[in-house]
Design a protein around this ligand. Structure first.
Ligand SMILES: CC(C)(COP(=O)(O)OP(=O)(O)OC[C@H]1O[C@@H](n2cnc3c(N)ncnc32)[C@H](O)[C@@H]1OP(=O)(O)O)[C@@H](O)C(=O)NCCC(=O)NCCS
Length: 295
């Protein structure tokens, strides 16, 4: 591994990182082009890259994002140049990100990462690094074709309740922690790709514009959301907790991958047809939320 060196990414690295290194990432729905410049200059993100020592070629990239008032580090956007995979670059980045987190962000208590469940290499690697699965959320990406007028959104007709953060927090805050963790695995709410703590700040973000939830205090909090201009890109992200599928009829082949949308999401997508293009990706993907304490 002495052939590779980890360093902070700079503005000059942008085109290289967004070039071949990022080919086909997230089926063309990569959010890094929309965030790179912003994240370079804010205090919440640290972008690291791996460079081959002899050639100065950038071969890997990953980001540390700080959330929940600095308690949570989310490791984002990992990618390794196709020609350099299987040589330990991602492992090197994983170690470097953790060292950085320990050194520069002592307030962080846990690390989270989201991995598509159809990405066995990335999943296996995360398990080996000590991450544990917390929950799975289904995502569907779409390109925005034209701005969606607010009048299109009619949450009352979607069969779900628009909940306020205060309402949910009012219930959660009175519960013992063990009960809360039963309702919200890992105490993490995955909305717009960012797994946030289920505290009042996280809930406020989750329940803000276009987020809907079903809250069953005896079972779980089921969130689904539509994030418009996700990460500042020309994309929307429809996401829903897999638990929302519980009302759907049983499938013939239970072992096949389950891409079914709960009715509220299917209705939302229908309402938005003409405004967004759901054809490209997108069966979408199921995103596993993984978590581990800082070691
Ligand atoms: C996933 C990805 C980042 C792995 O990068 P990498 O540099 O090739 O990974 P490493 O060589 O550091 O290997 C890390 C672990 O992954 C596993 N792994 C790597 N390549 C593998 C392969 N082809 N098949 C099976 N397992 C593999 C191994 O378990 C390895 O650990 P080990 O050496 O202790 O056995 C890379 O394949 C990639 O960029 N893929 C496209 C983007 C992506 O999926 N990003 C992840 C988003 S969460």
């Amino acid at each position: 591994m002495s052939d590779f060196v980890v360093r902070e990414a700079t503005l000059a690295d942008r085109d290289t990182i967004l070039g071949e290194l990022s080919d086909n990432i997230y089926n063309g729905f990569d959010y890094i082009p929309c965030c790179y410049q912003r994240w370079l200059h804010d205090d919440e993100h640290t972008m690291l890259c791996v460079e081959e020592r002899n050639t100065n070629t950038i071969v890997g990239f990953e980001v540390i994002g700080l959330y929940d008032g600095g308690r949570t580090a989310v490791y984002h956007a990992l990618r390794v140049h196709p020609a350099y995979r299987g040589q330990g670059v991602a492992k090197l980045l994983g170690r470097a990100l953790q060292e950085r987190t320990r050194r520069d962000f002592p307030s962080v208590t846990h690390i989270r990462s989201c991995v598509q469940d159809k990405n066995p290499v990335a999943l296996g690697m995360h398990y080996k690094q000590g991450y544990k699965p917390v929950s799975t959320t289904a995502f569907r990406y779409a390109e925005i074709l034209k701005p969606v007028p607010r009048s299109v959104f009619k949450p009352d007709q979607l069969g779900v309740k628009r909940v306020s953060a205060q309402e949910v927090w009012g219930l959660l805050s009175r519960m013992p922690e063990s009960k809360r963790l039963e309702l919200i695995p890992g105490n993490a709410l995955l909305v717009d790709w960012i797994p946030r703590d289920a505290c009042i700040e996280g809930l406020t973000l989750c329940c803000s514009v276009y987020s809907y939830a079903e809250f069953d205090p005896l079972r779980r909090l089921f969130l689904h959301s539509l994030c418009y201009n996700a990460f500042g890109c020309n994309h929307v992200l429809l996401s829903y907790d897999m638990g929302l599928r519980r009302g759907l009829p049983p499938r013939e082949d239970e072992s096949a991958r389950d891409y079914r949308m709960p009715p509220a999401i299917a209705d939302l997508q229908t309402e938005l047809s003409g405004y967004i293009d759901c054809s490209a990706d997108t069966i979408g993907c199921n995103m596993a939320l993984l978590q581990k304490p800082v070691e």
